[in-house]
Design a protein around this ligand. Sequence first.
Ligand code: HEM
Length: 404
Amino acid sequence: MAHFTKATSVKDWLNQRLAIDTIEKVMGSEYWIPKNINFLWAMGMVLVITFVLLLVSGIFLLMYYQPNIETAFYSVNFTIMRDVDFGWLWRHVHGVAASVVFLIIYIHMFTGIYYGSYKKGREMIWISGMLLFVAFSAEAFSGYMLPWGQMSYWAGMVITNLFSGGSLHADGLVEWIRGDYVPAQAFLTRFFMLHVLLIPLAILGLIALHFGSLRIPHVNNQDGEEIDFEKESKRYLNGDKAGSKVMRFANDFMSKDMMVVGVYLIFFFYLVFYNYGFAMDPVNFDPADGLKTPAHIYPEWYFLWSYEILRPFSVDIGLIAFGFAQVIFVLLPFLDRSPNTVAANRRGLFRIWFWMMLINMIILTAMGKLPPSGIYSTIGFFAAILFIAQWIALPFITMFEKKV
Ligand code: HEM
């Protein structure tokens, strides 16, 4: 049994029981951050804030939403949007955050790729990050089903159909996932459960894992410098704050993070109040109708690049290409064979690889939104081939990279 003494303050009382001083040190005042990092390193914190906005707005929406195929559409579009005071505000916050979170995730991911932050001891940061990407994708998809509009229904139909595996005709698997022959009540109920319980729980666990995996290797820096964190933190604690290459997370580095978060929130609430339309598909303002297929079914913008990798091929090849696109990013730390953990602009062929990948994914996104015919289909086809070819080429072009 530990030795307890009469507490001198509430903090001391808690400290004796919960070691809050140690937690504060580990998470804040002795969590060392390199000084040479730019605003792109604040994206992790921006993601945390966006996730909190999603959670809080989701809880308010949950008070009035009804997971029933007869009433779901009306509970969202009439009860929440018109009857409940400020219901529209919570819905706009939720919808805009669900879309913007992907923009920030992509910026965060490409920052990691650009600076090689997945290499040499940081593999678990990358893998847990990719698991978060998958979990957020599942969360966005399941949430999209809930208003039970035309796009909810038909996107649900198309995406669950993918599990039939083309020529494998695994229709039993599709029915098992839907709980019925077509998306209906069983489908809505289980996606509701996934959206409000199981996936958010998984996301919380994965965020903890992601943070934990940052602890030992520490965050990377923009100069690709291998910092001796032990030596530099001692230097800081001994009073040479200016000479040390690191600083405390709390409250020093955090103030820089908060500055970026502040600018982000101005942009975010501008979208919520004045430009929320981009996050809501007009077709989804019609109630679900299993007898009326929309002329053009497409996913939300953040899934378009992988959708476009599926589309230009025959069913079976398309599914294989799509599966490839889903898993290949996870393998990045093992496909990149170069010894360098530095910015892409100092890395020979990888620099070209990086910019080609980024531009190609933007092209795939644009083509995914357009109808799959004529020139768009040809561009989509070549962009999809290039995407796959670039990943196959990666180990070869990085293997011969010289140490910088
Ligand atoms: C939405 C969920 C996510 C949250 C809340 C989150 C949070 C964070 C935070 C706070 C950091 C440290 C500060 C920073 O570098 O920004 C970080 C670092 C990192 N994250 Fe994430 N992240 C998320 C998703 C992802 C994804 C999808 C990836 C891509 C696979 C990823 C990869 C990384 C990497 C490689 C680092 C290390 C950066 C470095 O060492 O310089 N994260 N993340």
